[in-house]
Each structure stands twice: as structure tokens, then as C-alpha cells.
Design a protein around this ligand. Sequence first.
Ligand SMILES: Cc1ncc(COP(=O)(O)O)c(C=O)c1O
Length: 417
Amino acid sequence: MSVLAINGGTPIRTTGYPHIGTAAGRTFDELEMNNLREVMASGMLNRSGGKFVPQVEKKWAEHLGMKYCTASTSGTAAIHVAVGAINPEPGSEIITGPITDMGTVIPILAQNCIPVFGDLRRDNIGLDAEDVERRITERTRAIIPVHLCGNATDMDPIMALAEKYNLYVIEDCSQAYGTLYKGKHVGTIGHMGTFSLQQSKHITCGDGGLTVTNDDNLGSRAELFANKGWPNYGSGDRDYVMFGMCYRMTELQAAVLDAQIDKVDWVTARRAELGDMVCAAVKGLDGLEVPSISEGGRHTYWFLPLLVDQEKLGVSTSKLAQALSKEGAPCGAHYIGRPIFMYDLLREKKVYGTSNYPYCLQPAGQEVRYEAGECPATEKILDDMLQVSINEKMTDEDVADIIACFEKVWENLDELR
Ligand SMILES: Cc1ncc(COP(=O)(O)O)c(C=O)c1O
């Protein structure tokens, strides 16, 4: 019986992984460089009059088989563009998931709406439609399912709710490039889909966002919202036809993105392959749950979340993560730590000065609650979550080492009890 590295034994692996460190994991080469040179030589860095932003919008729309794509400055902006496009009345409620980045929530507040959080399902860490339905009121206007970690939310029941209550669905696909739900790419199932191009995502241009839709009205409003309500990106007579922000992607971002889109298929396919290899190997380990993937679905592992039955194993998630890291697995625990509504910005409901706006728009006695216990399944998921990082540059040998780390720790759990 070997001694665990956390207790002074020899680790499975002492070398790092090719992708560790935010810059190292990115897949850039001459394609991006050549495009950037072309932009600089053209002298045009702005969307208006540029070549690359319209090109990436067309490319991404075609990639997903969608009619419209609006590029913007971040994943947060992409969601804001979508919320602005659906044009909710102030005080409308928008339901989303409590494990996400604040970038999902800020656009709701920025459009004077109330973020409401539905609990998550343990099997796919996506919104639980039954819990969402309990939170729908006559003020609910939209649902924003977050396809977390690269796995798909169960969309059929979400779309059924949207139909039943006449709601918009905006899919947050920031972490879900190449992710499939019953054979369909996420982002193409709801009324709108959004993507983040922030540095850590499957593909990146440093920061950036994409909003897609098949709806003519929403497509047109999305484009206007990203450009101050000014039609045609400033060509033709000056006019401002609706409220909007200045979220235009620059030609420099789009030059990088244009090359990145050409790589997205192999990046996501390789991540899916590597993550599936780890899951297949560790799913038999006692007290460890691997993600459930829909029939015809695909997980593209922005990271691999594994859930631990701490009670059964008699070991905490944090202790397991430490032991796995010491063995040489790229492993952490608890992701965002607590439901997003437990962070001060939301918990204190202080968004605009001391006004309590937009929460004061809710009828008395019906205010949304941001308190522990509101989403118990989510709290348990975060408490039980191990995160294993996956990157397209990893080799089969890297994955074999990760698996060996899990096997060794699980064979020696007694040392951690
Ligand atoms: C699920 C999710 N939604 C929204 C965002 C916001 O994206 P960005 O950081 O590009 O604004 C992120 C990025 O971190 C995310 O992971």
C-alpha cells in the first residue's frame, strides 16, 4: 500500500501540465498573427468600416446555423445585448442559475430587472425546471439557463416552461462551446444564445462576446443595442432609434477571433475526448459522481466537475482536492464557493446608490430572497464539487496520470479519515 503524497509519500507526478497558467493554455499561432498584421496595416481598428468584425459575426452565425450574430466586448456585454433586445419592463423578473459568473447577473440589473435564482439539478448542474416553475410570477419575463462547465442544461423542460408562461429563453453558453443537447448545439435552442471570449474560455480574443438568434426582430435589436441604437454601424445618416450601449468589438479582437473560430471544432472535440476518458475511468470509484450527459449530448469540459459523497467517504471535498493536487492532479474544489446571490453585491441589494432600485419595484411581501437555504441543492453541489482542469493541449499520458492520482487517493482513503 503506497503512502499518499499529502502524507509524505511519492507523488504520481511532479511535472506540471501544458495548460496551467492563464496564458499557457491558449492555442494561438501564425493565423492570429497574420490577421492582426492585416488589421494594423489597414489602419482601421473600429467595427465601422472594418472587415473582421462583420466576418466573425457571419462565421459564428454560420457555424451554429443561426441567422444573426452580434459581436460585442465581453460575455457580460453579450448577455446585456440579449436582455436589451428582449426589452423587459423595469421590475421584470429574470430567472437564472446560482452557479455562474456575475456577468450573467449584471445585465439583468443593468436593465432594471430583478435576478431570481432557480435551484440546480445535481446530475448536469443545470437549472431544475420544476424549481424554476415554482419561482415564476406574473412579472417573470425570461429564463437564462447557464450551460455550466461545458455541459448542457436539460432544455426541453425549460422550453416547455417558456411556452407555457410566454417567456424568453437566453442561453448563457459562456462555458459551453461545442456543447450539444440532444444533438443540437447549445445557444440555438432558446430565443437567443450568448458566448464569452474571455481569456480562459474554449476560444478567446482576450475579452469579447457573441449573441446569436434566429428571430428577425431580436437580431436587429441586438445589433442596435450594441451600437448605441445607431443603425448600420454609423454608415448613412446619423440616427438613434432605441436605447443601447457602446459594446462594439474592435477589429483587433475580431482578427484574433476569426482565427480562433477556425480552431473551435478541434479544441472542443479534444476536450470532450479527454474529459470523457477521465469520467470513464473514475466513475466506478466509490462516492464519486461524474456529470450526466443527455442522449445525443456532448460535454466539452471547460472544466470537469465531479461530485463527492462526503458523508459516505468520511472525507471532505477540500481534503480530497488537496490530496489529489499533491499527487499531481490539476484539481481544486468548490468552484465559486457559495451561490452567486450570497455575494455582497446581491445579498445586500445595493445596486444604485442607496435607492434599493430595482428591488423596490417588487410588490411588498413578494421581494426576492437572497439567503442561505434558498437553493439547497446548489449549496450541496458547491460543497461537494471537485474541479479537474481539462485542456485541449493535454496528452493521453497527462490524462492517465490524472486517473492514476484518483485511483491512488481512493485506494488510500483511510489515510485521509
Ligand atoms: C457562465 C458565465 N457567464 C457569463 C460570463 C461573463 O463573461 P465575461 O467575463 O466575458 O464578461 C462568464 C465568464 O466568466 C461565465 O463563465
